[in-house]
Design a protein around this ligand. Structure first.
Ligand SMILES: [Zn+2]
Length: 190
């Protein structure tokens, strides 16, 4: 288990912040080449493939009920690095979806995604926002950085990296989250 963590910390350190030179299958290669024991590899891959599918399904499902960005939000998205802001959809919804299958459900709970504290979530181009955060630019900006990250590397690779970072670095120190926090805060502070 220790080797597993050390390996992923190393990989995360090496591959970020430059996403571009990684091949499509890198995350799978990491798990194949690492010193993970068979059980760890299998459980990681099971969670990963369920998570990748689930994120795609949520993007698709909620995009139909979402609104497009306003003109002001369009430029906010551009500033956060989103290439195609016209594809973004925003859905204000009180109850965020929770996966029903295991092992993804347990993983989801242990990350803290089921917490009522979660105010926004991005699934590809679809952004979900809890009603009490609707109209809060700081939250939308944060989620728009995640949209840009999805765009840069694709849903599958984004989910793989996010999962690896959450497991090895934790939510606050995840490089994906640090980028979202820093970019959105620097926009707000002008
Ligand atoms: Zn975030």
């Amino acid at each position: 288990m220790k080797l597993y963590l050390v390996f992923f910390i190393f990989i995360v350190g090496v591959i970020f912040p430059n996403y571009s030179y990684c091949s499509e299958n890198n995350e799978k290669d990491f798990s194949e080449q690492s010193n993970l024991n068979l059980e760890d590899k299998e459980s990681f891959n099971a969670i990963l493939s369920q998570a990748q599918l689930w994120v795609k399904q949520q993007e698709e499902k909620f995009s139909h009920s979402g609104r497009q960005l306003s003109i002001q939000e369009f430029f906010m998205a551009k500033a956060m690095g989103v290439q195609y802001p016209e594809q973004v959809r925003v859905v204000v919804i009180a109850d965020f979806p929770i996966p029903t299958q295991q092992p993804l459900l347990n993983e989801y709970k242990s990350i803290g995604f089921t917490s009522p504290e979660v105010g926004g979530q991005a699934f590809g181009y679809t952004i979900l926002i809890k009603p009490r955060y609707a109209g809060k630019d700081w939250l939308l900006l944060h989620e728009l950085v995640h949209v840009a990250q999805f765009e840069r590397i694709g849903i599958k690779r984004f989910v793989a990296r996010y999962l690896i970072e959450l497991k090895t670095l934790g939510y606050r120190d995840s490089l994906i989250e640090i980028e979202a926090r820093e970019k959105s805060q620097s926009y707000i502070s002008g």
